[in-house]
Design a protein around this ligand. Structure first.
Ligand code: PLP
Length: 393
């Protein structure tokens, strides 16, 4: 075909979407040990339970589920979801909208709030999918400094004063990609700053139930007084990412704008999928299911951390208490992008950390996922990485 120069919208100017796609092509090769993705383990996907529930809800209410539904959500699910989120967050949930994965929550929130050139403060590194989303809305992304526990409040306040941002995007629990968890006092302070300076906080918390150690922390949302914090939740990591069911909870005015934005995106989230998640909540199936997932993931995380402790002393890494990822910093002179072909040749894949960094850089970092490999694969793959890094010291 002859090359054609299509007049694509400028919103794509900063977004290529190509770097990671290449890595994911490689992961698909047979025999590859992949620490690269963020997928739940196949063992954690409750296919039998979903099959039974889907069949029951279709028998009971098939015609309604297969018909168009309300953008506001499948009514029984909205009811059970509201109660579920209230119990999770221990705070009033004045409005909630079921969405097609929490990815859509971020898209709708940006659609509702962000004009081209608006500043969004972000953790650095941060979740690639939502960095892409914010860039597509032509936001000016400004990174906020972090320490081992996450966002630094002094830097956050200074940047709020300096940049007058519309929004802060944060993943406070078992952050993707760093695995860090923000302590309660900083969560409270973020909510206070949001209320004081009138900054929307997008609190993206899809990993909060995947805790293998320590105890649960209050959501930033639970400290919110006026409604500046918007909570983005997901059932992807605790039931199934393929169902694409998440939610956005917050002030009724914000949720209303998201609802209007959703009308032209997908009209509504699939009724059948909402009904399945509704039954997981109503039948109280989540606690046992989450417990069983966490047992396996916790074991894998501890084993990967143990293997990392055998790496040369110059390699530093986070010590998450849950989630799916560990973040490692190799010695300053190493370049994880350049080491990747050596790892791939030996059938091990990871994602170089630079891909998660808002302005690039940080080439000596890597993100490691442990949930989607067996213990044997973690043993073999980590030994290979250890050897490659030791050889390049
Ligand atoms: C921090 C974060 N937010 C959102 C998502 C997307 O979740 P969902 O499947 O609900 O769209 C992910 C998925 O990996 C994630 O890591």
């Amino acid at each position: 075909m002859d090359p054609v120069s299509f007049p694509f919208a400028h919103r794509f100017d900063q977004v290529s979407g190509s770097a990671i796609r290449e890595i994911f092509k490689v992961i698909a090769q047979p025999g590859m040990i992949s620490f690269a993705g963020g997928n739940p383990s196949p063992d954690a996907l409750p296919d039998q339970m979903v099959r039974e529930i889907a069949s029951e809800v279709l028998l009971a209410n098939g015609k309604q589920l297969l018909q168009y539904g309300a953008t506001e959500g499948y009514p029984p699910f909205v009811e059970s979801l509201k109660q579920y989120v209230y119990e999770q967050l221990h705070c009033d949930i004045p409005a909630i909208l079921p969405v097609t994965g929490s990815t859509q929550a971020m898209d709708l929130l940006c659609k509702a709030m962000i004009d081209p050139g608006d500043t969004i403060l972000v953790e650095n590194p941060s979740f690639l999918g939502n960095i892409q989303c914010m860039k597509l809305y032509q936001a000016n992304l400004v990174p906020v400094e972090s320490d081992d526990s996450g966002l630094l409040i002094d830097d956050l306040e200074q940047k709020i004063i300096q940049y007058h941002p519309k929004m802060l995007y944060t993943i406070p629990t078992f952050q993707n990609p760093s695995g860090k968890t923000l302590p309660a006092d900083r969560r409270k302070k973020i909510a206070e700053l949001a209320n004081q300076y009138h900054v929307i906080v997008a609190e993206d918390d899809p990993y909060r139930d995947l805790r293998y150690e320590g105890s649960s922390l209050p959501a930033i949302k639970s400290f919110d007084r006026e409604g500046w914090v918007v909570f983005l939740g997901s059932f992807s990591k605790i039931i199934s990412p393929g169902l694409r069911v998440g939610y956005v909870a917050g002030h009724p005015d914000v949720i209303r704008k998201c609802t209007v934005g959703k009308q032209s995106t997908d009209v509504h989230t699939a009724n059948l999928n909402q009904a399945v998640v509704d039954q997981f909540i109503r039948r109280n199936l989540l606690p046992d299911h989450i417990r069983s997932i966490c047992a396996g993931y916790g074991e894998k995380m501890r084993f990967m951390l143990k293997k990392l402790s055998e790496f040369p002393g110059e390699v530093h890494f986070t010590h998450p208490e849950g989630g799916l990822f560990i973040w490692a910093e190799l010695p300053e002179h190493m370049n994880a992008l350049k080491l990747l072909p050596q790892a791939i040749e030996k059938k091990v894949a990871y994602v170089p950390g630079t891909h998660f960094c808002v302005n690039g850089g940080h080439e000596n970092t890597i993100r490691l996922n442990f949930s989607n490999s067996s213990m044997e694969q973690i043993e073999t793959g980590m030994d290979i990485l250890n050897q490659i890094i030791s050889n390049n010291l």
